[in-house]
Design a protein around this ligand. Sequence first.
Ligand code: HEC
Length: 110
Amino acid sequence: MKLRWLNLTAAAALTLGASQAMAADMPPLAASSGCTACHAIDKKVVGPAWADVAKKYKGDAAAKDALVGKVKAGGKGNWTEVTGGVPMPPYSPRVSDADIGTLVDFILGL
Ligand code: HEC
């Protein structure tokens, strides 16, 4: 069963090609919430690469609350050297608190 899944995944990755396979790594919730307009896993779009966000806050126990707050209320200032000072828009109440928590967990887990 597991082997079969691996084979299917490998086949899909080959069919899609590297760049699309990378884009597919964004969770569906990130696309449906609008995050993918400005974020990718591995490169800056408008906002910082999520992999860089994970790196910046690695080992910071307060990061989850701070980032949930940032996604809910928006803001700028933490990535000015990457973004040139563009703000992150506020997402509450457009995206539920539970979904924002799930997205931040995903980002910090990268
Ligand atoms: C209009 C563009 C845009 C969209 C859409 C967007 N972001 Fe951002 N995001 C940014 C920018 C710009 C920053 C950098 C803010 C800063 O300098 O502090 C950022 C920063 C972040 C950070 C790091 C915050 C920090 O203080 O270090 C996280 C986490 C994040 N975004 C998550 C999300 C999530 C989750 C979504 C979807 C619900 C999302 N973003 C949608 C532009 C966007």
